[in-house]
Design a binder for this molecule. Structure first.
Ligand code: NAD
Length: 375
């Protein structure tokens, strides 16, 4: 089995393989071909890949004869010219927003596997690219927030007087939010956090932060299928807005991470609430790419409103390319090795497997995933 690792398009810094995963694929009996320069922006040289046992070559060299193609982002159909029919294309293919590309994969006879549709089951945890990348994004959001904040995070007692600790508020306590809380605590901030899923209350407390929850609306349980949040009732949204209003005015840094699958990101902070914050405060909106949790967020940009810096953070994992590549590459390896059939020297993907059913987009020249065919 030949595995091709593609060099990503401009703007992407990550790589879908690292020397460690190359070695592991070689140990499974595979041959690995890496496109020249694929690891450069993640601090991995061609020589590092070669030492790990990969062959380096051009796009057409690596695609020729490859049964598996590893990528971070889904390439355009045209960028895969020369790929073998039946080859697996594995990566973050963004199927909802890139339907044309998915059709092109089907047309080229590729079997496209969208890793971001990995189900949230215990068996798939080590294959989950959303978790691995969110973790790093949560960390980097706090670092970026701290860098943009014109004051220090920890309390400092100096001969010239005391510096008060920063107050950090995390809205949305999933994978990214938990890491943001932990990072804020490590930097010495006073941290509080909120979510619609009541299960997060204990997690917030266990990290030494203060939970801020809507208590006075009956019948709330924001947890829907697969551990994801659901959209909340109007009554809840109103109570949440009031709670946030009184809390946010006293905060220095706010990190928002709230997402609802298949829906625009919920609006958690209004312009009036931004205006209530002290000038020099910073908001990092990790949901910027999904429409933003904050009124005034501009995706990929930094804007100042009422003296408050709002960072529309999109894909922060890219700014930690070496670590995010390592975790991403291991997610891909963990997935493929779990389905590897030693006798056939290739992965075997059963049609009735929950993971396969969730992530397989195309097969036999057709789009087969229910989420796409139903749309
Ligand atoms: P996510 O990225 O979908 O959303 C981020 C957070 O925003 C969630 O905690 C969500 O509840 C919250 N949120 C949504 N609407 C909100 C609102 N109006 N106000 C406040 N908060 C709001 O979530 P995620 O990081 O992917 O994680 C969600 C859960 O799934 C976690 O418990 C996580 O541990 C679990 N998970 C499990 C697996 C697995 O078992 N394989 C994999 C990934 C995540």
């Amino acid at each position: 089995m030949k595995i091709a690792v593609l060099k990503e398009a401009a703007g992407e810094t990550r790589c879908a393989a690292i020397p460690e995963t190359v070695k592991k694929f070689v140990a499974l009996g595979a041959e690995v071909a890496v496109e020249s320069g694929a690891g450069e922006s993640a601090s991995i040289s061609d020589a590092d890949f070669e030492t790990a046992g990969a062959k380096l070559g051009s796009r057409s060299d690596v695609l020729r004869g490859a049964g598996i193609i590893l990528t971070v982002n889904g390439p355009d159909g045209a960028a895969l010219t020369g790929a073998e029919k039946g080859a697996l294309l594995v990566g973050a293919l963004d199927p909802m927003r890139r339907r044309d590309a998915v059709d092109a994969y089907a047309g080229a006879g590729l079997e496209a596997l969208a890793m971001e549709w990995m189900p949230r089951i215990t068996r798939a945890q080590s294959m989950d690219i959303l978790s691995s990348q969110s973790n790093l994004a949560g960390y980097k959001a706090v670092i970026d927030g701290a860098a943009a904040y014109g004051r220090a995070f920890p309390m400092m007692m100096t001969a010239a007087g005391t510096v008060s600790p920063a107050k950090l508020f995390v809205m949305g306590v999933g994978v990214a939010g938990l890491q943001a809380i932990a990072t804020g605590r490590r930097l010495g901030a006073q941290v509080s956090a909120t979510d619609v899923r009541s299960a997060t209350k204990e997690q917030i407390q266990s990290l030494g932060a203060k939970p801020i929850f809507v208590e006075n609306v009956a019948g709330i349980e924001g947890e829907g299928a697969g551990g994801y949040a659901t959209e909340m009732s109007e009554e809840y949204q109103k109570a949440q807005a009031e709670l946030v209003s009184s809390h946010i005015a006293k905060q220095d840094i706010v990190i928002t991470t709230a997402l609802i699958p298949g829906r625009p990101a919920p609006r958690l902070i209004s312009d009036a609430q931004v205006a209530s914050m002290r000038p020099g405060s910073v908001i990092v909106d990790l949901a910027a790419d999904a429409g933003g949790n904050v009124e005034g967020t501009v995706n990929g940009e930094r804007v100042i409103r009422h003296g408050v810096t709002i960072i529309g953070a999109s894909n922060l994992a890219r700014t930690l390319a070496a670590d995010s590549s390592a975790l991403f590459a291991r997610n891909l390896y963990n997935f493929l090795s779990a389905f590897w059939d030693k006798d056939q020297g290739a992965p075997v993907l059963p049609d009735d497997d929950e993971i396969v059913k969730s992530i397989r987009l195309t097969q036999g020249g057709k789009v087969v995933n229910e989420r796409l065919t139903a749309a």
